[in-house]
Design a protein around this ligand. Structure first.
Ligand SMILES: NC(=O)C1=CN([C@@H]2O[C@H](COP(=O)(O)OP(=O)(O)OC[C@H]3O[C@@H](n4cnc5c(N)ncnc54)[C@H](O)[C@@H]3O)[C@@H](O)[C@H]2O)C=CC1
Ligand SMILES: O=C(O)/C=C/C=C(\O)C(=O)O
Length: 491
């Protein structure tokens, strides 16, 4: 099956593709052209119920009884199954998002496969802890811990890295023995559906992986997060959506794991390698059309190199080629939708109203006729905004950044931390003592030094402040995806 022919996207429940009882459908639009590329079934309460029940039944069936080694082998097969259909996943992801294949074939699709392998291996290799307790009779007691799957996990995933972020949750959830109900973003339904086919192909038991399509409030997302049969909710997306999901989870004290928005700083010191800093910052500000929660929207540069940095980043931004996903020369695709473009352009206007100097961009590009209906915006750089400007304080999630000079390390750290968010920081310096010092002081879940988006999947990943709750990655994922039980044996 190729995506070009997959016009109708159904839910994947208990190993089968099914439509909605209500007959409600919505359009899937290619953001590069504005053209309709699919029709998607919108789940109502009955489909959400069916998916959660299928997930519950699977926990009680073959999957729940499966030995860990067998489960891990199946997850390796699943990863190989994704790789075997690499081109289909690539096309599906790029049509849904408009992102260039150059990006998706290095990041999104390989990570989609790796997310299953890495967690299968992690789970197989985690020791259980034990403690010997002294007792008054001198015989002692032995404590040891057991990890059990948490149960049915609701996965609510966003549109910016659809396969990568969905499998980042489904991988550890399944590795730990859970079952899942996934609600992908309404903007990007294709790869979750394709993954259902691969699940069946490699023999993952029915009901282990379920997908329901639809929107958030008063639709599939809300029905799922409020469902009493859900044991945990993992979500990546906007901070306000996180707050809404948290309220839904509160009713049944359902456990949550959140990776939310960011307003990430880059700190560029005069002792940096300028070539590396420019290359890395071009990626961190503009990759995926700026739609990465880890992306850089605030850049602070030491005053002595400020003019050179601004000049070189401008040149770099102006050489980015906007175009179709399958053109190997394309560096940047469109935004995800016209609605999101309206939001980003409203910030482009606001920046000017708030006194920004537009170094480059600030508007929409002229695109060829075939792409004229797409959600395109220019990569944009501003300077001269005040620290309290809305474009400095609010997550924009577009290809735009602001550059501001600083005079000391202390000032750079204070500026970096002057935000409600705390997801990621990039520090550019060749002075390793400074790198360690600054990394330790920035309020962020992730501090990259002389790099950006270099991901070791065994490391803790998540945000401080309003950027999230909890950490996932490596053994840290087990904290959310398992229930830890202590067994105490009196000897
Ligand atoms: N990773 C990130 O930090 C992301 C940030 N964003 C930001 O969020 C803004 C809004 O984009 P959206 O796609 O609307 O992101 P969102 O955070 O609203 O959506 C993410 C997922 O949550 C679901 N959802 C929304 N409301 C829900 C609810 N009440 N209950 C359950 N599920 C719900 C959506 O259907 C989608 O699957 C964007 O303009 C962007 O600025 C968007 C996507 C990812
Ligand atoms: O897990 C990763 O490597 C990437 C995560 C990116 C996000 O969570 C995001 O952009 O929303």
């Amino acid at each position: 099956m190729t995506v070009n022919r997959m016009k109708e996207v159904k839910h994947f429940i208990n190993g089968e593709f099914v439509g909605s009882a209500s007959g409600k459908l919505f359009d899937n639009i290619n953001p590069a052209t504005g053209q309709k590329i699919g029709i998607v079934h919108e789940a109502g309460a009955p489909e959400v119920d069916a998916a959660v029940n299928a997930a519950r039944m699977a926990l009680q069936g073959e999957w729940g009884r499966m030995p860990l080694a067998e489960r891990a082998d199946l997850l390796h097969k699943l990863a190989d199954g994704i790789t075997a259909r690499f081109d289909e996943f690539l096309e599906a992801e790029c049509l849904d998002t408009g992102k260039p294949q150059k990006l998706a074939c290095h990041i999104d699709i390989p990570r989609g496969a790796a997310n299953f392998k890495i967690f299968a291996d992690v789970v197989k290799n985690v020791p259980t802890e034990s403690f010997v307790l002294d007792t008054p009779d001198g015989q002692g007691a032995l404590n040891y811990s057991l990890r059990k799957p948490k149960g049915v996990i609701a996965v609510i995933s966003p549109w910016n890295l659809p396969l990568l972020l969905m499998t980042w949750k489904v991988g550890p959830a399944l590795a730990c023995g859970n079952t899942v109900v996934v609600k992908p973003s309404e903007e990007t339904p294709f790869t979750t559906a394709l993954l259902g086919e691969v699940m069946n192909q490699v023999g993952i038991p029915k009901g282990v992986y379920n997908v329901i399509h639809g929107f958030g409030p008063n639709s599939a997302g809300e029905f799922l997060t409020r469902h009493k049969g859900v044991d945990g909710i993992t979500f990546t997306g906007e901070t306000d959506t996180g707050a809404a999901i948290m309220k839904a989870a509160a009713d049944d004290i359902t456990d949550i794991s959140f990776e939310l928005g960011g307003k990430n700083p880059a700190l560029v010191f005069a002792d940096c390698d300028m070539d590396k800093a420019i290359e890395g910052t071009l990626r961190s500000a503009f990759a995926n059309c700026g739609q990465v929660c880890l992306g850089t929207e605030r850049i602070y540069v030491e005053r002595t190199i400020y003019d050179e940095f601004v000049d070189r980043l401008k040149t770099g931004a102006e050489t980015l080629k906007l175009g179709q996903w399958d053109d190997p020369k394309t560096d940047m695709g469109p935004l995800i939708s016209h609605q999101h473009r309206d939001k980003v352009l409203s910030y482009y206007r606001k920046a000017e109203e708030e006194g920004a100097t537009v170094v480059t961009g600030g508007s929409t590009p002229n695109m060829p006729e075939t792409l004229a209906g797409g959600a395109w915006v220019q990569p944009t750089i501003w300077t001269d905004l005040r620290d309290d400007a809305s474009c400095i304080r609010e997550e924009i999630f577009g290809p735009c950044c602001h550059i501001r000079p600083f005079d000391s390390e202390e000032e750079a750290i204070a500026l970096a931390n002057d935000t409600d968010y705390g997801l990621a920081t990039a520090i550019w310096t060749e002075n390793s003592a400074r790198a360690h010092r600054v990394a330790a002081q920035v309020d962020a879940g992730i501090a990259w030094v002389n790099s950006w988006f270099l991901r070791d999947l065994r490391t803790p990943f998540g945000g401080a402040k309003q950027s999230g709750i909890g950490r996932e990655g490596g053994v840290h994922s087990l904290e959310f995806y398992t229930e830890l039980k202590n067994v105490c044996i009196k000897l």
